[in-house]
Design a protein around this ligand. Structure first.
Ligand SMILES: Cc1cc2nc3c(=O)[nH]c(=O)nc-3n(C[C@H](O)[C@H](O)[C@H](O)COP(=O)(O)O)c2cc1C
Length: 207
């Protein structure tokens, strides 16, 4: 079994909706077991309430458990052009895994939701790849074989760097069918890559 984890943070459910589509795509690949989890909330309850954050009963994950996965797909909203602090905070708990090289050679990928089309969508995807490379992960994007990313008739997210959606400045937009198709594509893409790497003879020889 190839194990894939979809790990996200979401305040208003846009990233959560993408995460479910990413997981659906990964599950479409034979021989893959897929789990979905969120990183812990760090914002105090009074601010969550006043900002209208939506409660999320998706389980959180023990950082040590990441070592058990062959592919990990991270989802985050854009915050001031970068990943959300909740995701960065989680990354900052992974020092032990980093020190043990426990994530080296695993497939890593990122998807994102951004308020406006040019508010840091690609910057969030690309800059979120940096810690993945520090972990030694093999970074996967969303290749142009997902042709939906060149659609020009609606406001869509996503880029060669990863799947995505545009939430709108007031959060009123929902992921489009193209966004969700991109997320499913990315999930399947990562699952296939993880499966290929975990079954590669060359890796078995090196183990
Ligand atoms: C503190 C904060 C900072 C944000 N910064 C940006 C930003 O730099 N650019 C942008 O387009 N949207 C920004 N947004 C909007 C979020 O990206 C948007 O709420 C998010 O994509 C929705 O995803 P979610 O429903 O999964 O939380 C920001 C939102 C908050 C709360």
């Amino acid at each position: 079994m190839t194990k894939v984890l979809v790990l996200y943070y979401s305040s208003y459910c846009h990233v959560k909706a993408l995460a479910q589509a990413v997981a659906e795509g990964a599950r479409s690949v034979d021989g893959c077991q897929v789990d979905v989890a969120r990183v812990p909330e760090t914002v105090p309850a009074n601010i969550r309430r006043s900002a209208g954050f939506v409660d999320d009963d998706t389980p959180t994950v023990d950082p040590a458990a990441l070592a058990d996965y062959d592919g990990i797909i991270f989802g985050t909203p854009t915050r001031f052009g970068l990943m959300a602090a909740q995701m960065k905070q989680f990354f900052d708990t992974l020092g032990g895994l980093w020190a043990e090289n426990a994530l080296v050679g695993k497939v890593g990928a990122v998807f994102a939701s951004t308020g406006s089309q040019h508010g840091g969508h690609e910057a969030t995807l690309l800059s979120s790849h940096i810690p993945l490379m520090h972990f030694g992960m093999v970074v996967a994007g969303m290749p142009y074989t997902f042709s939906g990313q060149t659609e020009k008739d609606s406001i869509i997210g996503g880029a060669p760097y990863g799947a995505g959606t545009i939430a709108g400045g007031d959060g009123s937009l929902k992921p489009t069918e193209t966004d969700l198709a991109g997320a499913r594509f990315q999930g399947a893409h990562v699952a296939r890559l993880a499966k290929a790497l975990t079954t590669a003879e060359i890796l078995a020889e090196a183990a």
